[in-house]
Design a protein. Sequence first.
Length: 159
Amino acid sequence: MVSAEEVARIIEAYPADRRFALAAMQDMQNEFNYVPEEGLEMLAEHLGCPIAQLFAMATFYKALSLTPKGKHIIKICNGTACHIRGAMNLVTGVKRELNIEPGETTEDGLFSVEIVNCVGSCALAPVMLVDGIYHNKLRVEQVPGIIDSYRAKDGEQHD
Ligand code: FES
């Protein structure tokens, strides 16, 4: 849940200068896993610039998302090498496990799934990343165990 106080704290850390728009949005992305609309509104007001300009930037930069993302980001590489070695089987395995399509986030907010282009590890295809950690030469049977390990970690943190 995004609080207006947290958004204000991030924004007010920057001078009222448009040069800092991207940095402030990156901070929001890091803090909330996306850039909330209320954040863009408050930032536009703080910087005295049109909100449309901030929307355009947020859409342009791939590292920024305007929709909430899960706590864990699963990226399945579908570059040529991974595609040939069964990337789509991994997509099916992840879908089966999480019940969501690529581009979606689970209802509990734990996982988002994306299909991406080559992640530079073709010799070890097929590759899936979770929060930037590479799972190489991955077989679809291994997918549930990997996802469960993240669920278990989160469970421990709540205990
Ligand atoms: S195609 Fe998947 S790592 Fe290159």
